[in-house]
Design a protein. Structure first.
Length: 559
């Protein structure tokens, strides 16, 4: 009965494997065979054999709401999608993500602490803002659409190099509703993603005709955002045909070029361009489908990781101080405008910011299990504990991410269910550089590296997340901006007023007792109140927090 509970992998972690005294087992039921594993070596074998252990595409079909994409395809079609989409993820583009993430993080922080910068105001919807920031980053970096934070209204939406002109040309400024639309781009995208489950699970005709307001609103957002993307798509085709070069991370333009819809003839070779139609490698719908899935996946991973990292640091003041000390050591008094992708990102990866990010992804992986299957009629052999085991054909296989991340065979310490980023900080001379599970591309060699297959927040192998580095750069940039000058604390408004807290001795038992009440509730929401809906998230309630200037914290206790 245990495995009938959808989120058992999150709530129990490694415990079922420990109780069965094995890291690899198979269940039999009328619904079929299902294998579960948290063994790093088995996982490494499975992800490296893409054809032997493909995705169960029936589980991903709902993501085809705008068209097939790199997430929902397999075989030769997947290779074609991968070939066209992978060139988007380059160091040059990551540098642009870094710059945009710094800008958006500063705007978000200013909206939290107020114009005077004093902060100490209770925030009740941290999750909403950490969900909003990645949308701003990918909209700006990928589509040239500037989305504003409170207090930014009236700013110039065009960038220095005018990357936003195409988006502006189709009326995609953040707040305005252009002619022919009933929702702004910002509201359409935000509403679509907030209510994405309705759009994914319900037939479109039922969504449109449902008497429930949430269904109607979801349908309008779906159609409105789809129309914005179609307009941007047509504008981008015209721009490329006119050979108007754009700087920046141009997701839609790259998809159009890669699909071969418009011949990309460098140097103004109009004869080559006009010599005849080129073979279209992706349909218009597939281009739209990839644009959508990049936004969906790109915002979910960064948003949940930022939310959990902030809450975990609010619950762990010693880790927060360690993070701030490393930021001080690296940046000193250097203004954010002088931060540099090439030199600063590797330093952040290899110190406490990287450790905080990695530990958050270990404790709170966006996807709690990764589904695979064996082809029907084709059993597969694996090596488990130095002996061959055979997985029957047509068997579903679950790579249990949370169980793997809590498997004591691969991780230091006996507190693997706890957030402790210091576990990643090791003597550089003891690091096993043969293992690259601790972040893959761009991972810091100075951090602890678990065996291959033991750390899989972005999966591994051929089907590993294309946007891994994108998300990592974004998360590191935001953490650095937020914690360089400010600290986050749990809000205790439910148990004491500001006046009552001010009268309590600093660091005393009264303040600790009040803080512990807030902490007890926060810990439950972060653990027991979390569940997986597309990605892991805090669903049972909200954890209010406050941002204060460093040195003005209200709840600092000696260890």
């Amino acid at each position: 009965m245990l495995f009938l509970e959808p989120d058992w992998a999150w709530h129990l972690g490694h415990k079922p494997f420990r109780n069965l005294n094995t890291d690899f087992f198979l269940t039999v039921s009328p619904g079929g065979l299902l294998a579960f594993t948290c063994d790093a070596d088995v996982i490494s074998q499975i992800v490296s054999r893409r054809n032997d252990f493909p995705k169960p595409l029936e589980m991903y079909g709902m993501l085809n709401i705008f068209g097939r994409n790199v997430v929902t395809t397999e075989g030769p079609l997947w290779r074609q999608h991968r070939k066209i989409t992978s060139p988007l993820f380059t160091e040059k583009n990551y540098a642009l993500v870094w710059v945009e993430s710094l800008s958006q993080a500063q705007a978000m922080l200013h909206s939290w602490v107020g114009k005077d910068g004093k902060g100490n105001r209770t925030m009740k919807d941290l999750a909403g803002d950490t969900m909003r920031l990645p949308l701003h980053v990918i909209s700006r970096a990928g589509f040239g659409v500037k989305l504003l934070w409170p207090g930014q209204e009236g700013e110039d939406l065009a960038t220095e190099n005018n990357v936003g002109s195409v988006a502006q040309g189709v009326g995609m400024s953040s707040a305005e509703i252009p002619e022919g639309h009933t929702m702004s781009y910002r509201d359409a995208l935000g509403t679509l993603l907030r209510h994405i489950l309705w759009v994914l699970l319900m037939p479109r005709w039922l969504l449109r005709n449902s008497p429930l307001k949430v269904h109607k609103k979801s349908y309008v957002a779906y159609t409105e955002w789809g129309e914005y993307m179609r307009q941007l798509f047509e504008k981008k085709k015209a721009e490329i045909l006119a050979e108007e070069s754009r700087e920046g991370l141009d997701l839609m333009g790259s998809l159009v070029k890669g699909a071969g819809i418009v011949a990309d003839a460098p140097g103004g070779d109009t004869e080559k361009r006009d010599s005849g139609p080129t073979k279209q490698l992706l349909t218009d719908e597939e281009i739209m489908g990839n644009a959508f899935v990049f936004i969906l996946a790109g915002h979910e991973t960064a948003a949940t990781t930022l939310h959990y990292s902030i809450l975990s640091l609010a619950l762990n003041s010693s880790a927060q101080r360690h993070l701030q000390q490393d930021l001080n050591h690296h940046f000193g008094d250097r203004p954010i405008s002088n931060w540099n992708y090439e030199t600063d990102v590797p330093a952040l990866f290899g110190s406490m910011p990287g450790a905080v990010m990695n530990e958050t992804l270990r404790c709170f992986p966006p996807v709690i299990s990764i589904p695979k299957r064996t082809p029907k009629g084709h059993p597969q052999t694996l090596i488990f504990q130095n002996r061959k085991v055979t997985i029957p054909g047509g068997c579903k296989v679950s790579l249990v991410v949370v169980g793997t991340h809590q498997n004591p065979k691969y991780w230091p310490g006996d507190d693997l269910r706890k957030f402790r980023p210091e576990r990643w900080l090791v003597d550089p001379t003891s690091v096993n550089t043969a293992n690259d599970s601790a972040g893959g591309e761009g991972a810091a060699t100075s951090l602890f590296r678990p065996p291959r297959g033991a750390y899989i927040p972005f999966s591994e192998g051929y089907r590993a997340c294309l946007g891994r580095r994108f998300a990592q750069v974004e998360i590191l940039a935001v953490l650095a901006v937020l914690f360089r000058e400010y600290s986050v604390e749990l809000a205790v408004d439910e148990w004491a007023t500001d006046e009552e807290v001010d009268k309590m001795p600093v660091g005393g038992d009264e303040r600790r007792a009040v803080w512990e009440k807030a902490a007890e509730r926060a810990r439950w929401l972060v653990s027991g109140g979390s569940s997986s809906v597309i990605t892991l998230g805090v669903r049972a309630g909200k954890v209010p927090v406050r941002w204060t200037r460093r040195g003005e914290e209200r709840f600092v206790f000696d260890a």
